[in-house]
Design a protein. Structure first.
Ligand code: AHG
Ligand code: MN
Ligand code: MN
Ligand code: MN
Length: 332
């Protein structure tokens, strides 16, 4: 049984230039995830469910746990000293860490501190998503917006924590995807899923079909493709939609499947945020043999223009995503 910390150090030896900063950073994420996990596990009795009554920049009503998770990860990342700034779904603008140690560090982190907020009060899996880059502005100066607007191909690491029937931390540094399961009795993450590979195809599609009438024709055609009775192709597929991107992605990563949050007439860029939802999940998808696209463009090649910009998102098993892309392109 190898722990997350031991695994990071072992893998660090694969990077001669690694200075241990990234290991320290991942350690801060590990610590914060345990603190958030503890609160989630007693949410119903800890007066931490429900809304704060405040609206975030997304136009969403912030949940108490959104803020708790945001503050916990922000403090842990600042305290560890390897991060010069963060951006978050729950912060209007990026946050610069100005202590001498932080200003001289080389990493920035973008995060969705609590993904699937609408599921908190009904005890359904939620998650945290993180994306790590090296700053492009000079070390020693405060971070600038451009540090956060790098394409997903520049990520040095990305991952998520899923607070589900068990709590797992899944991450990549560009050398495969590795999953760790928390032993709650010890508060230790143990390697449980090394070099995770997404099945090339699957029999599960995830999409909020309540929006069916608003979807582009190509997406409607693909949904009908999933529902056709073609036994030799194991169709109709199963429809599974949890409403937490992390939980839907994690299931598809293990079992095979496709997740879609397309554009609609009312939301031409869809709902999911490029920098702290789509890019990190895309990095994990590609590192495990899957595909992540807007339907016409590779997610990780998009040049960001705004912190909270949204993109249409189709992600999962390569053969299923390719079929969906074909239909999106055939019916623009
Ligand atoms: P968040 O809770 O961080 O705002 O993200 C919620 C996202 C994502 O987790 C999920 O896939 C999607 O919203 C669900 O949206 P709908 O409820 O519109 O289907
Ligand atoms: Mn939200
Ligand atoms: Mn989210
Ligand atoms: Mn969120």
């Amino acid at each position: 049984m190898i722990t997350l910390g031991e695994f990071i150090i072992e893998k660090q030896h694969d990077f001669p230039e690694a200075s241990g900063d990234l290991s320290g950073l991942l350690g801060a994420i590990r610590l914060a995830s345990k603190i958030v996990n503890r609160e989630i596990n007693k949410a119903g009795i800890a007066n931490i469910i429900g809304a704060t009554g405040v609206e975030n920049i997304q136009g969403e009503t912030q949940q108490k746990l959104d803020l708790y998770a945001n503050d916990t990860f922000k403090q842990a990342l600042e305290a560890r000293g390897e991060v010069c700034g963060i951006a978050s779904e729950e912060e209007d603008d990026f946050v610069s860490f100005d202590t001498k140690r932080n200003v001289n560090s080389k990493y920035i982190v973008l995060m969705d501190p609590l993904d699937g907020s609408t599921n908190i009060d009904v005890n359904v899996s939620v998650g945290t998503i993180f994306s790590i880059y090296k700053r492009i502005s000079p070390v020693g100066s405060p971070v600038i917006l451009e540090d956060f607007l790098q394409p997903g191909t520049e990520q040095v690491a990305a991952g998520y924590v899923i607070y589900g029937s068990s709590t797992m931390l899944v991450y990549t540094t560009g050398n495969g995807v590795h999953g760790f399961t928390c032993d709650p009795s010890l508060g230790v993450f143990y390697l449980s899923h090394e070099s995770m590979q997404s099945p090339k195809t699957g029999t599960c599609y995830s999409i909020n079909e309540g929006n069916y009438l608003k979807f582009p024709v190509g997406i409607k055609k693909y949904i009908k493709h999933c529902q056709e009775i073609v036994p030799e192709d194991k169709r109709p597929y199963t429809s599974r939609y949890i409403g937490s991107l992390v939980a839907d992605f994690h299931r598809n990563l293990l079992k095979g499947g496709i997740f879609m949050y397309p554009s609609t007439a009312q939301a031409p860029n869809g709902k999911l945020r490029l920098l702290y939802e789509s890019n990190p999940i895309a990095f994990l998808a590609e590192q495990s043999g899957g595909i992540a696209t807007t339907g016409t463009q590779r997610i990780m090649e998009i040049k960001p223009t705004e912190l909270h910009q949204r993109v249409p998102f189709i992600c999962g098993s390569a053969e299923m995503v390719k079929k969906a892309q074909e239909m999106v392109e055939a019916y623009p």
